[in-house]
Design a protein around this ligand. Sequence first.
Ligand SMILES: [Zn+2]
Length: 330
Amino acid sequence: MSGCVRCGLPENYAGIKLDENGVCNYCHFYDEHKEELTDYEALEKKFSAEIEKAKQKAKENGAKYDCIVGVSGGKDGAYITYQLKHKYGMRVLTYTLDNGFSTDFGKDNIANLVDKMDVDHIRITVNESKLRGYYSACMKLMHNFCSVCFHLCHYYSHLLASQYKIPLIVNGRTHMQVLQAADSTKGIEPFEISRNLADFEYQMFGRLVEKMASTKRLDYLPEAEVTSLSYFMYHDVTDEEKMAFLQEKVGWNRPKSKVPHPDCWAHHIAEKCSIEKLGYPVRTGELAVFAREGSMTVEESVAERERDTQYFSTVDPELEARFYARIKKR
Ligand SMILES: [Zn+2]
């Protein structure tokens, strides 16, 4: 096998360095920090301390809400909203970025969770010409469009938080998503908790953020001081546990297929772009975390990646046409 013998990351994975035994830098990082990353008792304490700080701050600010959570209709945002409200006793504001890629699965689950959880919800619609411009530019520059949704979600969560004087954003990034490219503690929770938009995006985009901020093409809301927490870095819960929990508590609908990101109808295109540009599918880094941490064998992780590669390498031409029509500049 070429690539890391321990986690199965391919040798062309972004930023990978293999040692003489064929073990990658991401595995070494994990080994060095394993204790801190898996002591969930200590992690939850850290999380609770931030929650208490936020409640206090919201009170001082005279804010109507203690925290804000983005919901796309998927399991992560829904699960977090429930836990923050019921377990942590927080006043939660939810919001959704309307990007035109939502599926019926996502829309129905949002309507259901807002109703059953009895939370306030804001829907953000971005100027259509601008949105198309962002998607087209991102495809042209990076052969990728997910980054646009990521950035806009982060941007609007920080903007709303700052307008409503909400001190905390809790996001649904999974343990695997946070750790998929971690080879230093910089910008990585729980080692560093971000207190503004640029710091938060550094977790995801690394140095690109510094570059984008310096060109002033994107606004990083320097005045918005908001703490961001990735809930699943502090709580050990599997995807299956989240879905079973939500089904029982709020009658949440499970996705009909096992394809990742059932809340986005263009996800298949995102996967194909990743395979064309990088040589591997979107979940590659996340699947390697499972192998590294031992919840999958390296063979299972690689086989799953190969299934994704095969499945996503070709796209229904109708879907492709719908996607390009969606992002076409006006
Ligand atoms: Zn590795």
